[in-house]
Design a protein around this ligand. Structure first.
Ligand code: ADP
Length: 404
């Protein structure tokens, strides 16, 4: 029991485990040296008798001098069933408290750091998200004020990127619209100015009696009459076109006998065709069915196309064909007229575009006929196509959806 080396081992062990190990012999004399008990001193008699009774104890121990708290674990030492003393391990609760305190501090610190990181991350993400939105707001406000020279750069590949692209597209659209509108207004004023200058010029000639014969007077009066009706026609066409472009026209669907409709239009046009050397022919499909469509609009499309064919054909033939294929009706109007140069073909449906301005005017054209046709075909949900060769002729083909 009083083996010196063995006691040293306990002391070493105590040092390494940061505990106090106290070995006591059966008389209560301390055999190891520790902070709590010096070697050779007497051990707490109460604890010794308690261990001898219970064999082992686990409890909290308060050092009477230092008031330090320990967790005490003790065991009696027996040899040949005889109590020889006891071994006591005192683990300072202060160091445990210290550790708990440290852990608590670390925990608080890590919570604070985590909160700071989360706040920083949230700020970064929200800045990253809101910055492009703020940019877009600035740009849309510029657009609202009429500044259309904008372009949002750095487009990301997400919803924000596609929103920015939509704003860029909107600006381009508005720019196009603005250019179109000013071109259109310039065109209108030009188109109106010509007949008005004729009207005022010839009216003043008549008022000042600057004519030599009654025949000359009659000629001037008929010019005034013609220009006045051209003006009415132009205004009516413009009105129709703007209604169509704003999709303000309503469709009135009815059962239409397409053969009857085309023959009706031909009857009206023939009068004009007969003045020249042009014949109009119609080749309907056999057993042409009735179709459900807006007859008035269809008639207007055909009048414009047939009148154009007559206007731009000096001699030859205008051939009209119609056929129903599945749920579509295809009508073609082919003439043997002057044709349209291929460089002009992409523009002929534009308002006021004319290949030959003088011929169009001379023949009473407003320059809006094909623009109206194109809009009407659109309104009816169809498509129009043109094929032409200069000196050979022109063919317009319209394809419209129908219910039969
Ligand atoms: P316009 O009132 O001048 O006829 P449109 O819009 O009807 O106006 O036609 C635009 C232009 O397309 C015409 O000025 C003409 O140059 C050309 N065009 C239209 N139809 C024909 C055709 N059948 N043959 C040759 N040129 C045509």
């Amino acid at each position: 029991m009083d083996n010196q080396n063995e006691m040293k081992i306990y002391e070493e062990l105590a040092n390494h485990t940061k505990t106090e190990i106290v070995i006591v012999n059966k008389d209560g004399t301390v055999l190891t040296s520790s902070k709590l008990y010096k070697k050779g001193t007497n051990f707490d008699s109460e604890l010794l008798s308690e261990i001898q009774k219970k064999n082992k104890i686990h409890k909290t121990y308060v050092d009477a001098e230092t008031k330090e708290y320990y967790f005490l674990s003790g065991r009696s030492i027996e040899l040949n069933e005889k109590k020889q003393g006891g071994a006591f391990v005192f683990a300072s609760l202060d160091s445990i408290h210290d550790s708990i305190h440290k852990v608590k501090n670390y925990l608080i610190l890590s919570i604070v750091v985590a909160l700071l990181l989360a706040a920083g991350f949230t700020y970064f993400v929200s800045r990253k998200l809101s910055k492009p939105l703020i940019d877009m707001e600035i740009v849309t406000r510029k657009i609202a004020k009429g500044d259309l020279n904008i372009n949002i750069k750095k487009l990301s590949n997400d919803e924000i990127g596609s929103l920015a692209q939509a704003i860029n597209d909107l600006a381009i659209e508005l720019k196009d619209y603005r250019t179109n509108r000013s071109e259109f207004l310039a065109n209108i004023s030009h188109e109106l100015r010509t007949p008005i200058s004729y009207l005022s010029g010839y009216a003043s000639v008549l008022r000042k009696k600057l004519y030599d014969s009654d025949q000359e007077k009659e000629d001037y009066l008929s010019i005034i009459e013609n220009e006045a009706s051209r003006l009415t026609l132009l205004i009516n066409d413009l009105f129709e076109l703007s209604k169509m472009e704003e999709r303000k026209i309503e469709l009135y669907k009815e059962w239409v006998d397409i053969e009857e409709l085309i023959e009706g239009v031909m009857g009206k046009a023939k009068l004009r065709a007969d003045i020249g050397n042009v014949t109009i022919k119609y080749e309907p499909q056999k057993n042409m069915k009735m179709i459900l469509s807006d007859g008035m609009r269809l008639e207007q499309i055909l009048i414009n196309l047939i009148e154009n064919a007559i206007r731009y054909t000096d001699y030859g033939e205008i051939l009209i064909k119609s056929r129903v294929i599945k749920d579509k009706i295809i009508i073609s109007i082919k003439d043997t007229g002057i044709g349209i140069p291929s460089k002009d073909l992409p523009f002929i449906f534009e308002r006021f575009f004319r290949v030959e301005k003088s011929r169009s005017r001379e023949m009473g054209g407003t320059g809006l006929g094909l623009a109206i046709v194109k809009e009407l075909v659109n309104v009816l949900g169809g498509a129009i196509e043109v094929k032409s060769e200069v000196g050979i002729g022109t063919e317009f083909i319209i394809c419209l959806p129908i219910e039969t």
